[in-house]
Unconditional design. Structure first.
Length: 170
């Protein structure tokens, strides 16, 4: 099992949760809020000592709640919704994803992961520059990944795939 599928299971991402996560509010708040909130929670150890663990816990709960917090969108025409559906194709039908998409998506995911290094270092030593660099690289990589997944969704539809193909049991 790869890290993406492991993450999907850990997050309890069932069909209805994926469809709710396709709401643009869910996508944008999921991409833009976790790392800054996590940085603030971890930095809070300087002010509130061990209570910072509570702040980290609240952020982790937010990360779990986010895909469930918004209603299913009326349409899936937005770029962000298409990115979420493409990610679902990536996880459920990887054999149908073109090789050029796989290469770019994997490269972007690695680059995004590398962004966690300056992020973690900045959090460790309370360095705003490194922390922000890590946030920009990691979040930028995630945005690029979502963009690639929107392309994957477009290709999936062009090749005859449907939303029903993403629902378990269909």
């Amino acid at each position: 099992m790869d890290i993406a599928r492991f993450s999907e299971r850990l997050m309890g991402m069932k069909d209805e949760v994926w469809l709710r996560h396709a709401n643009p509010w869910s996508v944008w708040t999921r991409v833009l809020t976790p790392l800054p909130l996590l940085a603030l929670a971890i930095w809070s150890r300087a002010w509130i000592d061990y209570w910072a663990w509570l702040a980290v816990g609240v952020v982790l709960v937010w990360i779990w709640i986010n895909p469930r917090a918004f209603s299913r969108p009326e349409t899936f025409d937005s770029w962000s919704a298409q990115g979420v559906l493409g990610e679902r194709v990536w996880l459920r039908h990887r054999d149908k994803v073109a090789e050029h998409h796989k290469r770019v998506a994997n490269t972007v995911a690695i680059a995004s992961g590398v962004g966690l290094l300056p992020f973690a270092y900045g959090l460790w030593v309370f360095d705003l520059g490194f922390t922000c660099l890590g946030i920009v690289v990691t979040s930028g990589g995630k945005m690029w990944f979502v963009d690639r997944m929107a392309w994957v969704w477009s290709d999936f539809l062009r090749d005859g795939g449907t939303l029903d193909d993403l629902i378990i049991g269909s």
